[in-house]
Design a protein around this ligand. Structure first.
Ligand SMILES: Nc1ncnc2c1ncn2[C@@H]1O[C@H](COP(=O)(O)OP(=O)(O)OP(=O)(O)O)[C@@H](O)[C@H]1O
Length: 269
């Protein structure tokens, strides 16, 4: 479990995070949801230690990360796997070498054979058992995300952070990547945090959703409760999403959806 206590961050006097309190639950996909510029990436960077909050603290399974000793912070960092927005694979390395890279960096005690077994296991888990010799330039965007996931989990991560895992993917591939992250999270009891503004991800894998707006957490709950949330900013966000707009269009063609329309803040103006 990751606990965020009153995290505040400003740039040149401009407050971007205004006192965030929230929890990322263990064994769940915790979605950081919100529009552009609401502070999702800044919060994630504060959590993984790439940025320091001005005020507040972050605790990983009871161990305080913020302002703690360097060796304790390093120990926590070793347990973090990252899936970057553009996958961030090394172009000059094969899929196998990319997946092996964190093992070489973080677990020097592993033998070459142990590393090979672990890489083969992880590539198989993400459905890429036959792609180890390929170069990143030879594989699709969806496959690159899979390599990114294999690389993130290779060192047996306890925490997994995903920055917009669906960016640049078609809807079906997005769904498969979402499902893979969800399965892996539950299978290995990982505390997963996912930055997204995709309502498809919310309804598919939103075990726990934290809605940010203008540097504040306005709501948190589950995919089963989000459509009933009584927060105007969240309602506006939901009803402006392409998923709900498409659903509304289909439903209107069939002559229905009064219940959603009646509560639609976009119609209330
Ligand atoms: N290093 C920085 N220096 C100054 N301002 C920054 C810095 N990083 C982020 N910001 C500002 O903080 C605000 C929040 O940015 P952030 O990237 O966290 O938004 P976001 O919610 O992740 O948006 P998006 O979904 O578009 O990626 C923005 O106004 C951004 O310009």
């Amino acid at each position: 479990m990751i606990e965020i206590h009153n995290v505040q961050k400003s740039f040149d006097g401009n407050a971007v995070l205004k006192g965030i309190n929230c929890t990322f639950e263990t064994g769940k996909c915790n979605l950081l949801l919100g529009g552009s510029g609401t502070g999702k990436s800044v919060l994630l960077q504060c959590i993984v230690g790439l940025m320091k909050p001005d005020i507040g603290s972050i605790t990983f399974d009871g161990t305080v990360f913020t302002n703690n000793k360097v060796n304790i912070r390093q120990e926590i960092r070793r347990k973090i796997g990252m899936l970057f927005q553009g996958s961030a694979l090394f172009d000059s390395m094969t899929v196998f070498e990319n997946t092996e890279f964190p093992l070489k960096m973080l677990t020097p005690e592993m033998t070459k054979e142990e590393r090979r077994d672990r890489v083969e296991f992880c590539l198989k888990r993400v459905g890429l058992e036959n792609a180890g010799n390929k170069m990143p330039s030879e594989i699709s965007g969806g496959m690159k995300k899979r390599v990114g996931i294999a690389r993130a989990i290779a060192p047996n991560c306890t925490y997994l952070f995903c920055d917009e895992p669906n960016s640049g993917l078609d809807p079906l591939t997005s769904l498969k990547i979402d499902e893979l992250i969800h399965e892996i999270t539950h299978e290995y009891n990982i505390t997963t945090a996912i930055i997204t503004h995709d309502m498809n991800s919310v309804v598919e894998i939103g075990d726990h959703i934290i809605f940010l707006h203008k540097g504040l957490k306005l709501w948190d709950g589950t995919k089963d409760t989000i459509l009933n949330a009584e927060v105007p900013e969240l309602k506006e966000f939901i009803f402006s999403s392409s998923l709900v707009r498409a659903a509304k269009r289909v439903d209107e063609q069939e002559g229905g959806l009064e219940s959603i329309s009646a509560e639609d803040p976009m119609n209330a103006h």
